[in-house]
Design a protein around this ligand. Structure first.
Ligand code: ATP
Ligand code: MG
Length: 285
């Protein structure tokens, strides 16, 4: 199977012409596996016939293009200066996932202003009908830009690790976001987990801590990804998602399971108006 042709091997009836679901992937802490998850989860959805776009919200340190073997230059600065349209930013990653990323085209300390984010959202709404899912891989931490990207998504996938530092950051992040956007669903994935039981315990710990502190947040367990440094490294070095490695082992099984769980309750949905225009209104409501 050719990597680039993966998308053509799936049943066309799976392709739908409705507005996309917009999901952010965050977690508070750096290095927990947000980008690795985004890329592999997107590839799973794509392999089932869904049309997927990843926006690399880590605008200063774009990694999604690296992991999906995209080497072309982009023109993000020209895009923000309105010299090129958004379609010129869309790149095709290995496995058929589309990607928008800033790459080296912006200053090191670039952050979207509200106006730039409004413009980006408006432009994105022009191409959103091409997708079933838009996944926003976010930076670590809670910059204004990052917060808005998460708040303006319809669901926040949160990546946890078992370290106490990751769990404390996750708790603080959910508490902040839940107070700013009541009703935002949080879907927790425990990454780098030694086994499934540990992942469930971690999820229960986060949920119980939120309850004990009266944080009103809707949290769901989306699944676990095993700690598999060897395959993770192979995937990154080969710039190829786990599913497309010759032997994806249990790690590949974890991503399949997470996608199964996700798709059970999050099929693409009909929407009467351009989703991005309604989601990315200032204030995130
Ligand atoms: N399930 C896993 N098993 C083993 N290693 C993993 C796993 N998931 C991610 N890693 C490794 O963890 C490291 C960090 O991953 P990644 O860059 O995706 O994190 P991140 O949260 O996006 O980081 P940042 O906050 O810097 O954006 C990478 O070296 C990756 O190979
Ligand atoms: Mg990252």
């Amino acid at each position: 199977m050719s990597l680039l042709n993966l998308g053509t091997t799936v049943a066309p009836e799976n392709i739908r012409n409705e507005s996309p679901r917009v999901i952010s992937v965050s977690g508070g802490k750096g290095g927990v596996g947000k980008t690795f998850f985004s890329v592999n989860f997107a590839t799973e959805l794509r392999s089932r016939g869904y049309r997927v776009l990843i926006f690399d919200g880590d605008v200063n340190l774009s990694n999604v293009n690296l992991l999906l073997h995209i080497d072309e230059n982009n023109r993000f600065r020209d895009f923000l200066d309105k010299k090129v349209g958004i379609d010129e930013l869309v790149r095709k990653g290995v496995g058929g996932v589309d990607v928008i990323y800033a790459g080296d085209d912006l200053n090191d300390n670039f952050s979207f202003s509200d106006d730039e984010l409004d413009y980006f959202a408006e432009e994105l709404s022009k191409i959103e009908k091409n997708y079933d899912f838009i996944i926003i891989d976010t930076q670590a931490g809670m910059s204004d830009m990052n917060r808005r990207l998460i708040e303006d998504s319809e669901a926040a996938v949160m990546i946890a690790n078992q370290e106490i530092t990751s769990l404390v950051d996750l708790y603080k992040t959910i508490k902040l976001l839940a107070s700013r956007k009541p009703g935002l669903p949080f879907q927790i994935v425990v990454n780098k987990s030694p086994n499934p039981e540990r992942a469930v315990k971690i999820f229960q710990g986060v949920r119980d801590t939120l309850l004990a502190n009266n944080v009103q947040a809707s949290v769901q367990f989306l699944g676990f990804i095993l700690d598999d440094p060897q395959r993770a490294l192979a995937s990154i070095q080969k710039r190829t998602p786990v599913r497309l490695l010759g032997d994806s082992g249990s790690l590949g099984g974890c991503f399949r399971l997470v996608a199964d769980t996700y798709l059970k309750s999050n099929r693409p949905k009909p929407s009467p108006k351009p989703l991005f225009l309604s989601l990315f209104s200032r204030g995130g409501k």
